[in-house]
Ligand binder design. Structure first.
Ligand code: PGA
Length: 249
């Protein structure tokens, strides 16, 4: 198996333009030797600051959301071609905070994922179960429903271009990381689902997200089906994020 590790920094609604620039300047020398894909997901307002600093490096830049239409009367929204114009390469879709607080629906995601691919953006599709669903033994059912719905209109041959982030909601921002075994079990389930859907499943990068820190990153990413991490809180500090990048090998 030779999947390139994929480590993404999800800054959420953190960092001004000035702070984003300082972060990238501090991070780059610490990860100069990495062979992994390193992706920074700043707020829209700081995309250009990060894009401009990372030219000539291995760092890629992702937005945290997009609208599925190229343009139109959608006040407050940003489209895939607008992101591509900024030299953004990827986009986080379906983060649980968007599903929970902004009514992001599986129907919308079913349109957003193919729209991102069509525009040349790499989608990072987030899926994950609530604590209630896990306690009720519904983890796999929830994930299957999300994957089925959100990827419904992606051609089988394109499925391996989607990065999947498994983020159990109960582990996000709580300090309660899934155990490596729990995370591996679900990531293996996701890979099996993709294989059954007709994907080149061994090529798909599947990430774990939820309270990833320098102290637990190596063990999580050492699991057979975990190819990287989507990091929230610990991605705000360049030294912590660099340590997580290094933990990927
Ligand atoms: P966390 O967030 O690392 O702060 O738990 C992860 C995420 O929401 O992507």
């Amino acid at each position: 198996m030779s999947r390139t590790p994929y480590i993404a920094a999800n800054w959420k609604m953190h960092k001004s333009v000035a702070e984003a620039g300082e972060f990238v300047d501090a991070l780059l020398p610490q990860i100069a030797a990495t062979q992994s894909d390193v992706v920074i997901c700043p707020p829209f307002t700081a995309l250009t600051a990060v894009v401009e600093r990372r030219y000539g490096t291995a760092v890629k830049v992702a937005a945290q959301n997009m609208h599925e239409e190229d343009s139109g009367a959608f006040t407050g929204e940003v489209s895939a071609p607008m992101l591509v114009e900024l030299d953004v390469e990827a986009v986080v879709l379906g983060h649980s905070e968007r599903r929970q607080y902004f009514n992001e629906s599986d129907e919308a995601l079913a349109r957003k994922v193919p729209a991102a691919l069509a525009a040349g953006l790499e989608p990072i599709l987030c899926v994950g179960e609530s604590e209630e669903a896990r306690d009720g033994g519904q983890t796999e059912a929830v994930l299957e429903r999300q994957l089925q719905a959100d990827l419904a209109d992606v051609e089988d041959s394109k499925l391996s271009e989607v990065v999947i982030a498994y983020e159990p909601i109960w582990a996000i921002g709580t300090g309660r990381t899934a155990t490596p075994e729990q995370a591996q079990e679900v990531c293996a389930f996701i890979r099996d689902f993709l294989r059954e859907r007709g994907a080149a499943a061994d090529d798909v990068r599947i990430l774990y997200g939820g309270s990833v820190k320098p102290s637990n990153a190596a063990e999580l990413m050492g699991q057979a089906d975990i190819d990287g991490a989507l990091v929230g809180g610990a991605s705000l500090d360049p030294a912590d994020f660099a340590a997580i990048v290094k933990a990927a090998g």
